[in-house]
Design a protein around this ligand. Structure first.
Ligand SMILES: N[C@@H](CCC(=O)N[C@@H](CS)C(=O)NCC(=O)O)C(=O)O
Length: 218
């Protein structure tokens, strides 16, 4: 298969790309990288050779002989290189900017703060124990979602952007999954909750769910 995705079942950044690949109706080989086992396979040399950041996802496209990191760049690449399936960014420049901003509200301003390596450093470097780490992660998700909820009340339709699934939804659904892991009640965010529920009816989102991946625990 020409497309190969290195990811982890519970990684929200990998989850974004899985949703996008499914929405684009692209077949791909999924290569699990266990983020915890043996100190994390993302740190092993055979992986860091592909992605020196030691983060998932990484996408290989043999059609172009390229290796890409950063989920948002990967998704935009797939959208431009493979016009089949849904188009994940609107054509209008203002609308594109709005969709990208929603995606970055999540991928730049929420997810990085609760990433595994951040939690590990809070403990190893700063002596912050697990319960406080969980509070830290939940704080930044709530801060981000409080703002996102207001924005979506003004901008969204059935999905984050109007009535078409977009890059923004590929970010929102994984982040909502992650929020639940950190004990956040999504009913406080009716607009986010509604959009997530609408997305979760779609086969592309169902197939991408963490529990439906080959590396998810049985
Ligand atoms: N900005 C990157 C973030 C990638 C990222 O943070 N990946 C996480 C999983 S969601 C990871 O690999 N964490 C491993 C670690 O922290 O050691 C992207 O969007 O691809």
């Amino acid at each position: 298969m020409a497309l190969k995705l290195y990811g982890y079942w519970r990684s929200t950044a990998s989850y974004r790309v899985r949703i996008a690949l499914n929405l684009k109706q692209l077949e791909y080989e999924y290569v699990p990288v266990h983020l915890v086992k043996d100190g994390g396979e993302q740190h092993q040399v055979n992986y860091t050779r592909l992605n020196p950041s030691a983060l998932v996802p990484t996408l290989i496209d043999e059609n172009e002989d390229i290796v890409l990191n950063q989920s948002l760049s990967i998704i935009e690449y797939l959208d431009e290189r493979y016009p089949q399936g849904c188009m994940l960014l609107p054509e209008d420049p203002v609308e594109r900017a709005r969709v990208r901003a929603l995606a970055q509200d999540i991928a730049c301003d929420i997810q990085p703060l609760g990433n595994l390596r951040i939690m590990q450093a809070l403990e190893a470097e700063f002596g912050i124990a697990k319960p406080k780490q969980l509070e830290w992660a939940a704080l930044w998700i709530r801060t981000g979602f409080d703002a996102l909820e207001k924005r979506l009340v003004n901008q969204s339709g059935k999905y984050c952007f109007d009535f078409t699934v977009s890059l923004a939804d590929t970010c929102l659904v994984p982040q909502a999954y992650n929020a639940k892991r950190f004990g956040i009640d999504l009913s406080q965010y009716p607009q986010i909750n509604k959009i997530v529920n609408n997305c979760e009816q779609l086969p592309a989102f169902i197939a991408a769910r963490p529990e439906n991946q080959s590396d998810a625990p049985a």
